[in-house]
Design a protein around this ligand. Structure first.
Ligand code: IMP
Ligand code: MG
Length: 178
C-alpha cells in the first residue's frame, strides 16, 4: 500500500515458540478426549494450522465465517454469520481459535451463539489480544501476546485483505497526515 510502512513486532520464530507453549498448555489442561477446534475465518487459519499441530491430543477442526461490516481498520460493531459449523457440537469441548481480540464484539457474539448449542465446555485461544480496546466482555483462556492499541498485519491478519501471508506480525504505520 503506498505510503504505509511495516514495523516488525513478533518474528516468525517468536510466534512459533509461543504457539508450541500454548499447545502444551492445552494438552495438559484438558481431560482425555477429542478437542473441537473452531477456526474463525479468515485471519485465524494460519494460527489454527500451527496450533492444531502443537497439540498432541485428538482434535477435530471446523470453521466459522463471520462478517463484521467494514473492510478497513475498524468494524462497525454488527456481526453476521456467513459460514456455520459442519456438525452439531452438543457435549463437545470447543476451543474457539481467533487471530486477535480487539473490541470483543465478534467473540462475545460467537460465544453466545455456541453456548446455546450445549457444548460440554467452550474456551477461547487468541494469538493476539488488545485489552485496551475492549467494549464487550470476553474471557480469553489462551493468549499468544498482549499488544498495545496498534493496527497489526501478517500471520493471517489483514488490512483490506492484504498482508495475510507475511511470516512476521508487523505494525502497519500510516504516513503522517499532510
Ligand atoms: P473485535 O470483534 O473488535 O474483537 O474484532 C476482531 C476482528 O477485528 C479480528 O478477528 C480481526 O479480523 C479484526 N482486527 C482487530 N484488530 C486488528 C488488527 O490490529 N489488525 C488486523 N485485524 C484486526
Ligand atoms: Mg478476524
Amino acid at each position: 500500500m503506498p505510503g504505509t510502512s511495516l514495523r516488525p513486532l513478533f518474528t516468525a520464530q517468536q510466534i512459533q515458540k509461543r504457539i508450541q507453549e500454548i499447545g502444551a498448555q492445552i494438552d495438559s489442561d484438558y481431560p482425555d478426549g477429542s478437542l473441537y477446534l473452531v477456526c474463525i475465518l479468515k485471519g485465524a487459519c494460519f494460527f489454527m494450522a500451527d496450533l492444531a499441530r502443537a497439540i498432541e491430543r485428538e482434535v477435530v477442526i471446523d470453521f466459522m465465517g463471520i462478517s463484521s461490516y467494514g473492510r478497513g481498520k475498524t468494524a462497525s460493531g454488527a456481526v453476521k454469520l456467513t459460514k456455520d459449523l459442519d456438525t452439531t457440537v452438543e457435549g463437545a469441548d470447543i476451543l474457539l481459535v481467533e487471530d486477535i481480540v480487539d473490541t470483543g464484539v465478534t467473540l462475545n457474539y460467537l460465544m453466545n451463539v455456541l453456548e446455546l448449542r450445549k457444548p460440554r465446555s467452550i474456551r477461547i485461544a487468541a494469538l493476539l489480544d488488545k485489552p485496551d480496546r475492549r467494549v464487550r466482555p470476553v474471557k480469553v483462556s489462551y493468549v499468544g501476546f498482549q499488544i498495545p492499541d496498534e493496527f497489526v498485519v501478517g500471520f493471517g491478519l489483514d488490512y483490506a485483505e492484504q498482508y495475510r501471508n507475511l511470516r512476521d506480525i508487523c505494525v502497519l504505520d500510516e504516513p503522517p497526515a499532510a
